[in-house]
Design a protein around this ligand. Structure first.
Ligand SMILES: Cc1cc2nc3c(=O)[nH]c(=O)nc-3n(C[C@H](O)[C@H](O)[C@H](O)COP(=O)(O)OP(=O)(O)OC[C@H]3O[C@@H](n4cnc5c(N)ncnc54)[C@H](O)[C@@H]3O)c2cc1C
Length: 443
């Protein structure tokens, strides 16, 4: 294999991949990033201010030697969802049953800075900032960077996010599924230098057709995200002036006004983000280029898995490089096998929007959630609740989806009994339908 590669995009997937290529395979990497160096910037204009990091992402960061005390210090554990109803009551729904069952709030800019610094410290990665790629010419092996031709050697990885310049050239067909809902970010400031609400939970204000979520930051603020329709009833387009904004929040999110008194400023000034799932039919071109991260499989953010999946891509492609000698085989195997997995998390993420904005208030859902934990306690290697499989194991996403569908039917069956069935009956139902599975960090 040629000991040279190019990566377009130094967001999250790009620098992590460069660390693997440099450290594991001794490959020199040239990276092109359209933005200036975030370590020198005073403000950040990324896609969200903070993110939930969980097992898949952590596993990849550990393998790359990035999950050190510096990174761990920047994480805030969240052990479950704190549900805020419209009367201002709060109720806690744990994510799992073990001490290790928590996700982590992390600042996007912080993790980005850590990754690019680690990438540069390998001495084999050169990041070229303020260099926007607009095209790639496979015949002459040139990239178009800031409108100038730049020759490349070795494979090119498109890690330039959901509007990737490389994917336009190789994807064959790009299908952007816009769910017609958008998002805006709001901030709950700290009070007396302390958090206003519990920092060890992911807060949700579920309102059936919309919701607000809040994740803690290290400066004791919370970044909240309002998700709702872009047009129509209860939509962003109805929030045009101060009185409309306050009427809307008074009616739907009463306690939020107390936490964010100047909410009208955020709504008026912050950009409206789109919620997109990307289905790129083709991820690679011969031995020349391959997509990774959001450029291949952007998903809606409701399972907190986009970054985690992008980091997991790096592990998956390394496993394939270890077994194959040429890039064309690596790219073909990666695209085919990984797309099956990322299509599954794309579906699960869409489904989880309903869970978060609606089901978490539903009695039957909560009964099933509780029963799921009980069955997990009784048969931990057979029945593993979906959230646990997604966030706390490395079970491939497509297997998670398959098992979760079966488990959902099992829960319905058990709940249809008049009296709770005996353990032997439960064991028969479960073991007849589900194969043995390691619930631990299963690669
Ligand atoms: C509101 C929201 C909340 C989210 N929350 C979570 C969460 O909690 N957990 C989670 O796991 N995921 C979450 N995600 C998803 C996560 O942000 C993405 O999956 C992740 O950023 C993908 O990483 P990436 O490196 O592929 O792309 P990006 O992070 O988008 O990075 C792409 C990089 O390429 C650069 N670039 C773009 N175009 C060009 C070009 N033409 N030339 C050169 N450089 C270019 C960009 O500047 C950027 O630096 C969330 C997303 C959103 C929108």
């Amino acid at each position: 294999m040629i000991k040279q590669a190019t990566i377009v995009g130094s967001g999250l997937a790009g620098p992590l991949l460069s660390i693997f290529l440099a450290k594991k395979y001794n490959i020199s990497v040239s990276m092109y990033e359209r933005n200036s160096d975030i370590r020198k910037a005073t403000s950040y204009s990324g896609r969200s201010i903070n993110l939930a990091l969980s097992e898949r992402g952590i596993n990849a960061l550990k393998h790359a030697g990035v999950y050190d005390s510096n990174l761990r210090r920047s994480l805030i554990p969240m052990y479950g969802r704190m549900i805020h109803d419209n009367e201002g009551n709060q109720s806690f729904q744990p994510y799992g049953t073990k001490k290790s069952h928590f996700i982590n709030s992390v600042s996007r800019s912080e993790i980005n800075k850590i990754l690019i610094t680690k990438a540069e410290s390998t001495k084999k990665v050169k990041i070229n900032f303020s260099k926007k790629c607009t095209n790639i010419d496979f015949k002459t092996n040139n990239l178009f960077i800031n409108k100038q031709k730049k020759a490349y050697e070795g494979p090119v990885f498109g890690a330039d996010g959901y509007r990737s310049s490389i994917s336009k050239k190789i994807a064959n067909k790009l299908i952007y599924k816009d769910i017609k809902h958008g998002y805006k970010e709001l901030t709950i400031k700290s009070k007396n230098n302390d958090f206003r609400i519990d920092p060890n939970a992911l807060h949700i204000w579920p309102r059936k057709d919309m919701m607000i979520i809040a994740l803690p930051n290290n400066d004791r603020t919370f970044t909240c995200t309002l998700f709702m329709r872009k047009h129509g009833e209860n939509s962003f387009e109805t929030l045009q002036n101060k009185s409309q904004i306050f009427d809307f929040f008074n009616k739907n999110f009463t306690d939020i006004i107390d936490l964010i008194p100047n909410i009208d400023k955020y709504i008026a000034n912050n950009p409206l983000g789109n919620l997109i799932s990307l289905d790129a039919r083709n991820w690679s071109y011969k031995d020349k280029a391959c997509l990774i991260g959001d450029s291949a499989h952007a998903i809606v953010p409701f399972y907190g898995q986009g970054m985690n999946a992008s980091f997991e891509d790096c592990i998956k492609i390394c496993n394939i490089i270890d077994e194959n000698k040429d890039w064309e085989s690596v790219f073909n195997i990666f695209s085919k096998s990984r797309k099956i997995e990322t299509d599954a998390i794309s579906d699960l993420a869409l489904k989880n929007y309903n869970t978060m904005k609606k089901d978490v208030l539903d009695k039957i859902y909560l009964e099933k959630y509780k029963l799921g934990f009980q069955l997990y306690g009784m048969f931990p290697n057979y029945f593993i609740p979906e959230y646990i499989m997604v966030s706390f194991t490395n079970i491939p996403y497509n297997k998670v989806k398959e098992r979760s569908d079966i488990q959902d039917k099992i829960l319905d069956t058990i709940l249809s009994y008049e009296k709770p069935p005996k353990r032997e009956v439960l064991e028969t139902i479960i073991k007849e339908n589900l194969s043995y599975m390691n619930d631990e960090k299963n690669c």
